[in-house]
Design a protein around this ligand. Structure first.
Ligand code: FES
Length: 562
């Protein structure tokens, strides 16, 4: 093997190569690292600790464990910071900053002297951002996740962020839980370091990273506070050094086949709708597309096997103890592309040939005894979403799968906040709540698609209604909710033509979401559309100008591989 460049990679350009090398070594020695270590292959560790990211609280321990593995395998670990995105601490929404983080990751991998990189993320947008950046950078890379939180307890009930956050808040809004109790619950929902405890976006993306082959087998679901998480971190460090000796760039791991494997996993675990956007963005960095028709085909062929909230009963700690992704993959084996490889260079077939001695069937069902015969998500088309929309059928009310109702339309997020709980709002349980101007260009696509049930209906016991928007929804949420309508209203999509009083029809059987208004009238209304005023400067201006729609992953058009 030729010696990897290590610290000599990408020398700073002063017009004198030897001087640049001399200067870099000299400054590297100022960090107190011996000559012997400075000559080793370098593993960069993209770390994301932040006082605004609770999900990454144990980052220092993970960085130390990865470094231990790198050193033990003969490499030199060098940790470096990138943007960190703590889901609930960002305004207007973390989604706006995913692409910023992806650019940061890509550029810092390319600009700094590393032969391979370990990416440590966890919270919703961090793992997709790291995979997008690494895919574009092209250097050998391994994803390590911070791992899921463990559950808390409240009056004998297990609680986990954030499906239980939503369930308790809905009860509070309906008057079934008082102010004192909701304050108690506030301190019991997120009781350890780590990512949300259910099959939300972070958990789904952790499993997708492993299913793609970008994480070490068996590492995705280990709880954040479990000793095995540190062992996995140490092994990740060792594996990164091995990747330098035998480089496998991300484009050999993230392929059309492994993307399909990841989609199968997404369906089988009842994963988050957000994962479809993120997977499209990751694949898009390598010129791969995610046709919604193929997604529906995969969904119809893939059973839901994993019984976790928000769709089922368990939490990620149960999934890990039950056998984790390895157990689920073994059930899906007949549907998977077994010749896909992972970061260790092993094929999926080789991984799955190893027997598992025990699986807890309470949480991971056998292929022939699934929770549902089909996958959790489907794509819709129709006059409200000609380029597609997403629907999480696993988390919806079957009685509303074929539903027609009167639209109650909100023009944007402020209008929604102002009127949704107005006692005079003209709304009935059979109506369809429609939110427009919450898509990528208009609002950065916040998780506002989970429109609250109007308070007066919630108090009367209404638990679900059909809701339609161009926004996203948290992976921890549930309900009969049509999301990601594309093109969004702000760029002239037909959602913008919807008016209160129109009829809207959902047909899950036909995979359609339609505005029951004459085509001519829709065209007439859209002709009056005026685009929103775009931000004038900075990153927000770049975002509004360059962000793509949901089916292309909401990546920047200039970052996708065409
Ligand atoms: Fe970070 Fe839920 S807030 S994963």
């Amino acid at each position: 093997m030729t010696k990897p460049p290590g610290l000599d990679r990408g020398l700073t350009n002063y017009g004198d190569r030897d001087f640049a090398r001399f200067l870099r070594r000299s400054f590297a020695r100022s960090m107190g690292v011996s000559r012997e270590l400075l000559d080793r292959p370098v593993v960069g560790i993209a770390m994301t600790p932040s006082g605004f990211n609770n999900c990454h609280r144990l980052m220092p321990d993970l960085v130390e464990a990865v470094s231990r593995g790198v050193l033990a395998a003969g490499g030199l670990p060098r940790a470096f910071p990138t943007v960190s995105l703590g889901e609930v601490f960002l305004s207007p929404t973390s989604m706006v900053y995913r692409n910023l983080m992806a650019m940061d990751v890509e550029e810092m991998i390319l600009a700094q002297p590393m032969d391979a990189v370990v990416l440590i993320g966890g919270c919703d947008k961090t793992v997709p951002a790291q995979l997008m950046g690494a895919a574009s950078a092209g250097a050998p890379a391994i994803q390590l996740v911070t791992g899921p939180m463990s559950t808390g307890r409240h009056r004998g009930q297990r609680l986990g962020a954030c499906t239980d956050c939503r369930a308790f808040w809905a009860k509070y809004r309906a008057g079934a839980v008082d102010a004192d109790e909701i304050e108690e619950v506030e301190g019991r929902l997120a009781v350890t370091a780590g990512t949300c405890a259910v099959m939300g976006t972070a958990s789904t993306m952790a499993l997708i990273a492993e299913a793609l082959g970008m994480s070490l087998p068996g590492s995705a679901a280990i709880p954040a506070v479990h000793a095995d998480r540190l062992v996995a971190a140490e092994e990740t460090g060792r594996a990164a050094v091995a990747l330098i000796a035998d480089p496998i760039p991300p484009e050999r791991i993230i392929t059309e086949k492994s993307v399909e494997n990841a989609l199968r996993v997404l369906m089988a675990v009842g994963g988050s709708t957000n994962a479809v956007i993120h997977l499209a963005a990751i694949a898009g960095r390598l010129g791969l597309r995610l046709p919604l028709a193929r997604l529906n085909q995969i969904s119809d062929e893939t059973p839901t096997l994993v019984d976790l909230k928000p769709v089922g009963q368990g939490y990620m700690e149960d999934f890990h103890a039950a056998g984790g992704l390895g157990a689920a993959l073994r059930e899906l084996k007949p549907l998977l592309h077994l010749d896909s490889i992972d970061v260790t260079g092993r094929t999926l077939g080789e991984r799955l040939a190893e027997p598992m001695n025990w699986v807890d069937r309470a949480f991971i069902r056998p292929f022939d005894e699934p929770i549902a015969r089909v996958g959790g998500l489907i794509a819709l088309n129709g006059t409200l979403a000609p380029d597609g929309a997403m629907f999480k059928r696993a988390a919806a009310t079957p009685a509303l799968f074929e539903h027609e109702g009167r639209a109650v339309v909100f023009d944007g997020l402020e209008d929604l906040a102002r009127r949704i709980d107005d006692p005079d709002l003209d709304v009935t349980p059979d109506d369809v709540l429609v939110l427009k101007n919450a898509g990528p260009v208009a609002a950065g696509m916040p998780e506002a698609g989970y429109l609250p049930i109007p308070k007066k209906l919630a108090k009367a016991g209404v638990k679900d209604m059909l809701r339609v928007s161009d926004a996203r929804m948290s992976g921890t949420a549930f309900g009969t909710i049509v999301l990601h309508a594309a093109p969004e209203a702000a760029i002239g999509g037909p959602l913008g033509a919807a008016r209160s009083g129109d009829r809207v029809r959902l047909s899950v059987a036909k995979r359609r979401i339609d505005l029951l208004v004459e085509e001519e009238e829709i065209r007439r209304r859209l002709a009056e559309h005026r685009p929103p005023t775009a931000p004038a400067r900075g990153y927000k201006a770049l975002y509004a100008k360059s962000v793509t729609q949901a089916p292309e992953g909401c990546d920047f058009d200039f970052l996708m591989k065409r």
